[in-house]
Design a protein around this ligand. Sequence first.
Ligand code: AP5
Length: 213
Amino acid sequence: MRLIFLGPPGAGKGTMAKVLSKRYNVAHLSTGDLLRANIQARTSLGKEAASFVDNGKLVPDQLVIEMMRQRLREKDAKPGFILDGFPRTTEQAKALDQLLQEEEMEVGHAINFDASDKKIIERLSGRRICGKCGAIYHLKNIPPKQPGICDQCGSALIQRKDDAEDTVRKRLEVYRKETAPLIDYYERQKLLRTVPGDLNVDELDPILKKILV
Ligand code: AP5
């Protein structure tokens, strides 16, 4: 199984990618998580990426493409993967096509999570993530069992810097300008499947299951 998850910030890509990667035993490759891990570890990539991520701007294509080129070649990506947050520009999509061709791999579907601005703002303002394992929670929708503590590893939950309301609005603007055109790109490749991202996890899961049979 090889999937691309498209959609605005907060549409639920990361949440559903975690559910599906566990169920189908494929790698969850999130560019946002990889960049945040680099920023935390203060790698040279992390230092270059930090101000873009914190301000809701896209990290330059060549940095992200190189990061994903390496990541896609790792062993755990061989049986399959879900690309969460990549590609995000037409240049990245073309680079991915090239890379898949070189590796003799094909993507099954590009799944577009369609979500309303109202839902996005509500979700991102309540999102908390585990600073250690990256598990995703929501204060109201998907709360941890113990407030502020990750169910999976017991570490503290944090709020992402780029979830501040002004930065979310900036990310939405960037999404519309740079990433939304990929909906047509994958439609033309006959890979696109659109799902209603506003639904809760239990409602969305059977829709995804049907697509993936
Ligand atoms: P990234 O981490 O990829 O952020 P994003 O795409 O903006 O997406 P989010 O993680 O905000 O949203 P999501 O759709 O995964 O929602 P989630 O499941 O968490 O990227 C961050 C930054 O890195 C970018 O701004 C950019 O700077 C850089 N970057 C990343 N990739 C790049 C690239 N390819 N090129 C250049 N730069 C790049 O859910 C959100 C909340 O809602 C959570 O609280 C969750 O619990 C809740 N929730 C989710 N689904 C549901 C549901 N169905 N029902 C109820 N609650 C739900």
